[in-house]
Design a protein around this ligand. Structure first.
Ligand SMILES: *[C@@H]1O[C@H](CO)[C@@H](O)[C@H](O)[C@H]1NC(C)=O
Ligand SMILES: *[C@@H]1O[C@H](CO)[C@@H](O)[C@H](O)[C@H]1NC(C)=O
Ligand SMILES: *[C@@H]1O[C@H](CO)[C@@H](O)[C@H](O)[C@H]1NC(C)=O
Length: 480
């Protein structure tokens, strides 16, 4: 796919002189001798890109080429990404986007702690302090990891802007996707949008924005993005069903563990509070928005299920593991977070990636902004339904040991979701999901909607069950 400048820049007018392709450059999209490209789109005159190309084996993945850098999604909103080619057939394989949740979580978590091409060694001191992940999601797909919204990971607003709602973030992500596909000449390539946790709210809105934006692309004579599916992993798609299912999750015999996790007394206290939480959030946050009262109930009810696993020293991200309050507060319930922050703050690593700024895995500011905007209190399933009605496939996969965005909550909102296939979905039977001849979970599917429960995994399915998580992705993108 050797590109001519005309093909690549056909839609762009303001190609900056310093960014003309360097003759030594082995990469398809033109990159300057400084390793950066800069271009602006005529459709969105305020979009720039600053991208560095990395040859195969120069870091992280020994086999594939990669690119890292910034795409300005509009008016100085610089979104940072890492893009890895497929280990199989990069010219034909589909494109997968990965985002983490939070709100405020960097996708570096997915890349380096979950399903990216490499993991970080303990106490890293240089770029190559990594080991290859044989179960990376770029085995058969071209995968990019996106830090969003601005304020998260390496992404930032040039003029101190902030983004506080998923609706705003979706506009920037759709612009990013449009420019990304243009820049890497991915027109027509099947596209799957994946992510985790708060991604259960992000992804349905982001995919809808990409879908709706396609109408504009068509009107302007540009090939639309071939959006095929959404993959939500342990998502917060409904805060209401998260509340409704806490008792059953923590206080009845767990599907995977085979016992009830919480003590009886704590369970009774929990079950007495939960209906009130549901009712108050619905009343003050959804039906009428009383900001002050809503925020109080959000905080009170959030504590109920954030802290209950800790009261029995369980890790809320994996009920089969222990974690204390001190460990949670120090971000130590998930292994490797501090090493990852150290790695991405090494000056030579940042210089190599073309990234700037202090790296934090979770932005508390972004988190607070979303929280104050009451972003989590919505019926996000309307977006999922909207995608299904338009022929976009949706996979909701969930590690059964997660208490943050539990499997029972997924089951409940998916049953409640009104869409043309609702009756068929409700009638569908659970089936066994086998990987290499062994049961790895159970699933339920109707038309383009699938719920998959992954056994032996918590909030981070690719971390807990790497091989099964790769099988999950590959089966899904092959349409199996
Ligand atoms: C990392 O390893 C690759 C492959 O061995 C090598 O080409 C590159 O120079 C190394 N980079 C650093 C910063 O050590
Ligand atoms: C399911 O998805 C496929 C592929 O996107 C699409 O062609 C088909 O129309 C969808 N089916 C329904 C019933 O929406
Ligand atoms: C829980 O952890 C133990 C010890 O690591 C392991 O043997 C067991 O299989 C795990 N249970 C589940 C359901 O993952």
């Amino acid at each position: 796919m050797k590109l001519s400048l005309t093909a690549l820049f056909g839609l762009y007018t303001g190609l900056v002189a310093a960014a003309v392709a360097s003759p030594q450059n082995p990469f398809d999209p033109p990159i300057s001798s400084t390793g950066h490209a800069l271009l602006t789109s005529s459709r969105h005159p305020k979009h720039n890109v600053h991208i560095k190309a990395h040859s195969a084996g120069s870091w992280c993945d020994p086999e594939v080429r990669s690119w890292t850098g910034y795409i300005d999604s509009g008016y100085g909103k610089e979104l940072f990404f890492y893009y890895f080619e497929s280990r199989s057939s990069p010219k034909d394989d589909p494109v997968v986007m990965w985002i983490n949740g939070g709100p405020g979580g960097s996708s570096a978590m997915g890349l380096f702690l979950e399903q990216g091409p490499c993991r970080i060694n303990k106490d890293p001191s240089g770029l190559n302090d990594t080991v290859v992940n044989p179960y990376a999601w770029n085995e058969k797909a071209n995968v990019f990891f996106l830090d969003q919204p601005i304020g998260v990971g390496f992404s930032h607003g040039d003029y101190g802007q902030t983004v506080a709602t998923t609706e705003q973030a979706a506009i920037d992500v759709a612009a990013f996707v449009e420019i990304f596909f243009e820049y890497f000449d991915l027109h027509g390539r099947p596209f799957h949008m994946s992510g985790e946790s708060y991604g259960g709210r992000y992804l349905p809105l982001f995919a809808s924005a990409v879908f709706d934006n396609n109408a504009k692309l068509k009107k302007d004579g540009i090939e639309p993005i071939n959006l095929q599916s959404v993959l939500i992993g342990n998502g917060l798609t409904s805060i209401f069903t998260t509340i409704d299912t806490q008792y059953e999750l923590m206080c009845t015999k767990h599907i995977d563990l085979g016992y009830a996790v919480m003590p009886i007394k704590a369970c009774v206290e929990l079950v007495e509070q939960l209906p009130k939480c549901h009712q108050m959030l619905k009343k003050h946050c959804l039906e009428t928005v009383d900001h002050a009262i809503c925020t109080l109930w959000e905080a009170h009810c959030g504590d109920l299920w954030n802290l209950t696993p800790l009261s029995v020293e369980r890790n809320r991200y994996n009920l089969n593991q222990t974690c204390t309050l001190e460990q949670l507060e120090a971000d130590r319930c998930i292994d490797g977070q501090l090493d990852l922050e150290k790695y991405l703050n090494l000056p030579d690593v940042q210089a190599f990636l073309g990234a700037t700024g202090h790296f934090g895995l979770n932005s508390h500011l972004v988190n607070q902004d979303f929280y104050r905007a009451l972003d989590e209190v919505h019926q996000t399933y309307w977006y999922v339904a909207g995608l299904l009605e338009r022929g976009i496939r949706v996979l909701n996969y969930v590690g059964t040991l997660d208490a943050a965005c539990p499997h029972l909550s997924q089951e409940k909102w998916m049953a409640q979701m009104p869409w043309t296939g609702q009756a068929g979905y409700l009638d569908a039977e659970w089936e066994s999901w086998q990987v290499n001849g062994k049961e790895a979970g159970i699933f339920k599917t109707y038309e383009n909607l699938t719920l998959l429960k992954v056994f032996g995994a918590g909030h981070l399915v690719p971390t807990d069950q790497p091989e099964n998580a790769l099988a999950l992705l590959n089966e899904w993108i092959e349409g199996a």
